[in-house]
Design a protein around this ligand. Sequence first.
Ligand code: G6D
Length: 349
Amino acid sequence: MKVSETILGQAHGKDVVAYTLTNPNGISLTAMTYGATITELMMPDKNGKSENVILAMDSLDDYVKHRPYYGATIGRIAGRIAKGSFDLDGTRHQLIVNEEENQLHGGPAGLDTHVWDAEIEASADEASIHFTTTDADGANGYPGTLSVTVSYTLTAENEWKINYRATTDQPTLFNPTNHVYFNLSGDINKPILQHELQLNSAVFAELGDGNLPTGALLPAEGTPFDFRDGGKLAIAAEQSHPQTQKVAGFDHPFLLQHDTGKPDAVLSDAESGRSVKMYTDQDCVVIFMHNGAIDKYTIAGSPVIQYAGITLETQALPDAINQEGFGDIVLRPGEVYSAETIYKFEVQA
Ligand code: G6D
């Protein structure tokens, strides 16, 4: 497995390094130490043409300036925390809020804004980038010093494996994700509405004010949220349901069934022949369809179009600390947080 590296520039006074892992099948993964962010996933289409199938900015400075979250490691908490506050062991904690009265994606100095350290591990069959960072006690309002490792592994079987490990010296919260956007056409100016999604989920979380979960877990049966038998993403963009109307598509958490031996999700693009199978040990996947402009920026000289990409953000249910029955995202001293998500890339002629 081939490994190369390059220095992209500096952020927070530290060099930002990008590493490229290339497997024998012409698939390569590039990720940088700023935000432990994946910036390129090159793969061939059915005619052998290799293109980047994820959204990426033109430069490191654009990632820092616009914070698009593209491909970034999100934490301590992915998604929103209502009013940026929660009770933990009888103490009320107030986080730094960065989206009106709520906290989004770990706050203004979330893990995606860190310059992580990195180590490479490579063998004939796979190569890994082990990113590490420490989030100081009180950062963005969170208690405890959190030590995090995120490992990206590219295998000879065309898998991108993401493994998270974390420890803390005080009880705190941790629910990370990766915010990669896929566009399997390889063309950022082609909306993903003709992509096919097959999703093993029968339940989704209703969104209320501020795109926070209301706490209601709704059946997908008979709604545009039921992709168990597969369907084109255009179905979600038709906005035929109050919840798809609310956000012009999906921005929703889907509870995963984890059917034995089946991927949790399959995203495919018939025109290119490319597909990605998703497997995870997480309860849910948040699917966001880039429904509107995130900030005012261009990529390759053009503004980013609506539906330019789709995220498959595996995680615990958002705002779980404030919602009964949404799962436990508390990490305590002596515990080791671990989670794995695998994206497996395939091409059909
Ligand atoms: C919007 O509501 C969405 C989030 O889910 C997404 O992560 C963010 O844009 C980038 O706020």
